[in-house]
Design a binder for this molecule. Structure first.
Ligand SMILES: [Zn+2]
Length: 308
């Protein structure tokens, strides 16, 4: 999930409510809100065969889409003191909201887990994350990322999922803040939040493996060109899911590249352009290439080994 998308969504929701309330003063706004959410937030699944979808994961995804918290501001997240034992190289600003007394005990553990995970990534990737906000509301979304910020739910997530969501959201920051254009002379056919993406943006070479334009896949694209169902939502989720799979399920990804030239291209893009040649010995190489998962972040992996 991306912050920019969320902002547009909230803006449209306010706009649509304004329109409707002009006709139905005092009407039922809940129904109206539900309509606009379905239009904007439903991830496209048309190319995924029914058997490829994990029903439970998809229900979770749909629930998440209907669960839109307020965009955090400085006033609703509390600054947290930095922990002295954290490494100097990776030191995002931490904040939290909706924290109970028992969450306060968990919070230093979460900070350490985040730093341990970020230290496994290239330093420039970790540096693309300026602020991490833990949300201890059990009903909050699992994660948001973009524009230097990550929001992570601090409760009801297994460690592997917590780290999976962190890596996925970090990828959105890498996409927007690490892979930046050398110049802005020529706009491409791709946009981000209504703004043009420029031809010198390194991310374009990745997008073009499967995407013709923002919301339209290349004519020859098939399910097995994507690491997950969620990766088929749009070019940014394709990037973030592919990044997370590369880091957390490296052996599995290398097996999958044999079945799709697009996946091989995506793997090589991550290896050469994003990770400067670094590869990960994560995963167990046990994959069903015909049946990709819905969401990389809910795939268990040996998280203790990864963080260790
Ligand atoms: Zn995402």
């Amino acid at each position: 999930m991306r912050l920019k998308l969320l902002s547009i969504f909230l803006a449209l929701q306010v706009f649509s409510f304004g329109l409707w309330s002009a006709f139905f003063a005092g009407g039922d706004k809940v129904v109206i809100a539900d309509d606009s959410q379905q239009t904007l937030e439903e991830a496209p699944i048309s190319l995924i065969s029914a058997s490829a979808l994990e029903p439970e994961a998809y229900v979770n995804e749909a629930e998440k889409a209907l669960d839109i918290p307020a965009i955090p501001t400085d006033s609703d997240a509390n600054d947290l003191p930095s922990l002295p034992q954290l490494s100097e190289g990776v030191q995002p600003h931490f904040a939290a909201r909706n924290m109970t007394d028992s969450d306060e005990l968990l919070n230093p553990i979460h900070q350490n887990q985040v730093v341990q995970a970020l230290e496994k990534l290239p330093e420039a990737h970790a540096e693309s994350v300026d602020e991490i906000i833990f949300d201890y509301d059990p009903a909050s979304h699992r994660g948001y990322g973009g524009g230097g910020t990550i929001i992570l739910r601090g409760v009801n997530m297994e460690l592997y999922e917590f780290v999976g969501v962190l890596v996925h959201e970090t990828a959105h920051n890498v996409d927007s803040d690490f892979l930046v254009p050398q110049n802005t002379r020529q706009a491409s056919s791709f946009t981000d939040g209504g703004l043009p993406l420029y031809e010198t943006d390194p991310s374009l070479d990745f997008y073009r493996i499967s995407w013709a334009t923002d919301g339209k896949k290349n004519s020859g694209a098939v399910n097995t060109d994507f690491v997950s169902g969620y990766a088929m939502s749009d070019k940014h989720e394709d990037f973030a899911e592919t990044y997370a799979y590369y880091v957390l399920h490296g052996k599995d990804f290398r097996v999958m590249t044999a079945s799709s030239s697009a996946l091989l291209e995506k793997y090589n893009f991550m290896k050469e352009v994003v990770f400067g040649g670094i590869e990960f010995q994560t995963g167990d190489a046990q994959v069903n290439v015909q049946n990709p998962p819905w969401d990389v972040t809910v795939l268990p992996f040996e998280v203790e080994y990864f963080l260790g």
